[in-house]
Design a protein around this ligand. Structure first.
Ligand SMILES: [Zn+2]
Length: 224
């Protein structure tokens, strides 16, 4: 059986035993993933930062553009498995302008925009480390987007704390993707690629899973 939904006419042609089999399969599928409709109807745009000619931050081990693309892919499958509709501003190693990313999300009429980045310290002597998130700097701390940002930020840090990642908090900035998107938008900087300690954690598959699980949990909490 290749599909689980049938038209009226098709259903009439199915024998009682076929119908019974169909119901059994549907019940089993639901039992195997009881959360499959949890975020049904939610449209999320996932924005993997940088890409193509723009590597973002980098070190000898990894480039930001690759790290965040992997995160974007993992997060996509997690969100899709709970019923969300997901659109990626880039699904491969291509360069996309910042305004293009925001425009894409606006055209899709998304409910939520999540931009994934990794950080770098500005000066050689600066040995910053840790996880930080951003919402646009014009937003009130009592507003919807700030609350969503806070829920996602806290849930993510809870998940990545065991990897030794420090919490730098939820901040506000005038980043183009946050300014130009019309829906709640949050930008996450998972850690510093200029820090060996953060890099060692961030490049683990287990970290990526924990990080994306945190984002998913934050979305669920924010929408509750
Ligand atoms: Zn970046």
């Amino acid at each position: 059986m290749s599909k689980l939904t049938f038209s009226e006419a098709e259903l009439k042609r199915l024998s009682p035993s076929d119908l019974k089999t169909l119901e059994t399969i549907k019940a089993k599928l639901k039992a195997s993933n009881p959360n499959k409709d949890l975020l049904k109807g939610l449209k999320v745009v996932i924005d993997a930062g940088h890409g193509g000619k723009d590597s973002g931050a980098f070190n000898a081990v990894v480039k930001e553009k690759d790290l965040v693309l992997n995160q974007a892919k993992s997060l996509t499958s997690m969100l899709v498995s709970v019923g969300a509709e997901v659109f990626l501003t880039r699904g491969n190693d291509t360069f996309v302008e910042l305004s293009q990313r925001a425009k894409f999300a606006n055209t899709k009429n998304a409910d939520l925009f999540i931009s994934l980045h990794a950080n770098r310290s500005q000066t050689r002597s600066d040995d910053s480390l840790g996880f930080e998130s951003y919402v646009h700097d014009s937003l009130s701390k009592t507003g919807k987007t700030y609350k969503i940002g806070k829920a996602i930020h806290n849930a993510v840090h809870e998940k990545i704390k065991p990897f030794g990642i420090k919490d730098r908090g939820l901040k506000q900035a005038n980043f183009a993707v946050l300014r130009e998107t019309k829906m709640p938008a949050i930008l996450l900087e998972c850690g510093f690629l200029t820090s060996t300690k953060d890099t060692n954690a961030m490049t683990l598959d287990e970290f990526r899973t924990a990080y994306c699980t945190g984002i998913l949990r934050g979305i669920k909490e924010a929408l509750r």
